[in-house]
Design a protein around this ligand. Structure first.
Ligand SMILES: NC(=O)c1ccc[n+]([C@@H]2O[C@H](COP(=O)([O-])OP(=O)(O)OC[C@H]3O[C@@H](n4cnc5c(N)ncnc54)[C@H](O)[C@@H]3O)[C@@H](O)[C@H]2O)c1
Length: 387
């Protein structure tokens, strides 16, 4: 919980100066940093001068760069949040940490195990913070599940299902043919966040075959991948479905978590209620316990945020600095963005590791890389390394 103090945020105890790299999805984070009480200046980086000008003008930000290197060479910037396309995540994260700056990065941390290891090592060598900005670990549905689980209301966990189905036709070229399991984090992280566990091994299969023109890019034959993940310190199995192509289904990104007392199912559709099932005592017939079903509207947990960020957990209105008409924005991904920004900034200010530190980020990303490997090897069990 923020108390308004600024104690040694950036160098010399001044507020943190943060640069945001990649202004597609990244543009949504700009006002959050600008409004955070521990942040001073916000800088913008985008390789597209047009995008840079549009977002800079919209938020009245004058520190604009087309090259990340120029931010890294300038001591003024304390932290960098990377939201450039996935192919740049590893290279840019390493560059930021090696330049002695704190690093936040959109998911996934990287797409190869060696890159995960390199980022974990670079974070340790730099002593700076690294945080993967996993939206699914701060969405209101997850926060409700976590609160109930910690209060013992679910009982012992007995099964987890995660799913992310999204049609990527028409997305930029770099997405075409992308192996779905290499973007596993939204579907799997809620379980790992809840249990504090990591994945021991995975068995996965590819479902259907990718059309030829898409296979060329990543050499990935699977539009859909399905995996079973065994945890290290738990008997619970996670059953994960990832699909980006060739499925007639609207966007869904959610999870269901089952306990021996209560369970929560979430359709993964934003703003749809969760369903809670409560197992009832055995009835007089003595055959099968039924469950009472209730709809739950996840509340917000905005009291965990500084006052200036609380409004970003739900639909909010922005007044552009360039004189354009006010714009109403949906608080995407379960209202998770302000919590992520607050956790990243607070961890730096409080000189502690962020909740999703480098080793945790790697542990949440690696299972998907290993799952894709398993699918390519027709379901062979693949161990997931520790970090
Ligand atoms: N829920 C989530 O966590 C979530 C949601 C959406 C996107 N993302 C992640 O955010 C990242 C960005 O996604 P997006 O949809 O905005 O992508 P996008 O391709 O729509 O936009 C990327 C932006 O980065 C700029 N860019 C491209 N190459 C660059 C470079 N080398 N240096 C600086 N800027 C560069 C582009 O001009 C563009 O403005 C992706 O890695 C994606 O995985 C995460």
């Amino acid at each position: 919980m923020n108390d308004g103090r600024v104690d040694g945020s950036g160098a010399d105890g001044r507020p943190l100066d943060v640069a945001v790299v990649g202004l597609g999805f990244g543009a949504d984070f700009v006002p959050l940093y600008a409004d955070h009480p521990h942040v001073g200046r916000v800088g913008l980086v985008d390789s597209s001068p047009e995008r840079l000008a549009a977002v800079g003008d919209r938020y009245g930000i004058t520190d604009r760069y087309t090259r990340l290197d120029d931010v890294l060479a300038d001591d003024r910037w304390d932290a960098v949040h990377i939201l450039a396309p996935v192919a740049f995540h590893a290279e840019y994260s390493l560059a930021v940490l090696r330049a002695g700056k704190h690093c936040a990065c959109a998911v996934p941390m990287a797409t190869e195990l060696d890159d995960l290891r390199a980022i974990v090592a670079a974070q340790r060598e730099s002593g700076k913070n690294y945080m993967m900005m996993e939206t699914s670990a701060y969405g209101r549905e997850y926060l409700l599940a976590e609160e109930m689980y910690r209060a013992g209301e679910l009982g012992a966990l007995t099964l987890y299902r995660g799913y992310h189905i999204q049609n990527l036709d028409g997305y930029p070229d770099y997405w075409q043919g992308y192996p779905p399991m290499k973007y596993i984090t939204h579907a799997l992280s809620p379980l790992l966040a809840l249990t504090g566990s990591t994945v021991a091994d995975v068995t996965a299969l590819g479902s259907a075959r990718m059309s030829e023109e898409r296979t060329a890019h990543f050499g990935n034959p699977f539009p859909t991948e399905v995996g079973l993940f065994r945890l290290r310190d738990s008997d619970v199995v996670a059953d994960i479905t990832m699909s980006f192509f060739q499925i007639a289904r609207s966007y869904v990104e959610g999870f269901s978590v089952y306990g021996d007392q209560r369970s929560l199912e979430w359709s993964g559709v934003p703003d749809e209620p969760m369903r809670m099932f409560e197992l009832l005592p055995l009835g007089p017939q003595g055959r099968g316990r039924s469950a009472r079903e209730t709809e739950l509207e996840p509340p917000d947990f905005a009291s965990r945020l500084p006052e200036a960020l609380a409004r970003y957990v739900r639909k909010y209105t922005l007044t552009p600095a360039d004189g354009g008409p006010p714009v109403t924005k949906v608080a995407g991904h379960g209202g998770s963005h302000p919590y992520l920004v607050h956790e990243f900034v607070s961890s730096i200010v409080e000189r502690r590791a962020p909740a999703i530190d480098a080793a945790t980020s790697a542990a949440w990303t690696a299972p998907g890389i290993c799952a894709h490997e398993s699918a390519l090897r027709d379901g062979e069990r693949v161990p997931v390394p520790t970090f």
